[in-house]
Design a protein. Structure first.
Length: 128
């Protein structure tokens, strides 16, 4: 059974995990001269650039499927707070804030996934 809620929540969690890896790489390179803080593209951009999956839409009234999160593009973070004299633009406080935001968003996506599962389980059991 392919439910769009589960697919979207799963893709969101994959994207957030990739975002957390980028933050970890930024922190690991916080003392590397010339290293520029990086960030992945927005989740909405990843979804809009993804190839559709699932059934093909053969009618204008059909709802298109969502593509995979795949690998989001990683680029220099234009919102980096500062650059040191050696050219490094990683600010640990900014990375800590970003990591906390990712953690909260991941928790929300996981909760939605669980609630969707609980709803289907209740519906299947007839306990609505």
């Amino acid at each position: 059974m392919d439910v769009a809620l589960f697919d979207l929540a799963s893709r969101r969690m994959e994207w957030l995990a990739q975002d957390q890896r980028v933050v970890a790489e930024n922190v690991a390179n916080s003392d590397t001269p010339g290293f520029k803080a990086r960030r992945i593209e927005d989740f909405a951009a990843v979804l809009s650039n993804a190839a559709p999956s699932g059934p093909a839409t053969t009618d204008a009234a059909h709802i298109p499927g969502l593509g995979g999160a795949g690998s989001a593009r990683v680029s220099e973070d234009p919102a980096a707070w500062a650059t040191t004299l050696d050219g490094n633009s990683v600010v640990l406080e900014q990375q800590a804030i970003r990591s906390a935001q990712i953690d909260g968003a991941y928790g929300l996506a996981a909760t939605l996934y669980k609630k969707g599962h609980d709803f289907i389980r209740l519906a299947a059991a007839g306990n609505l």
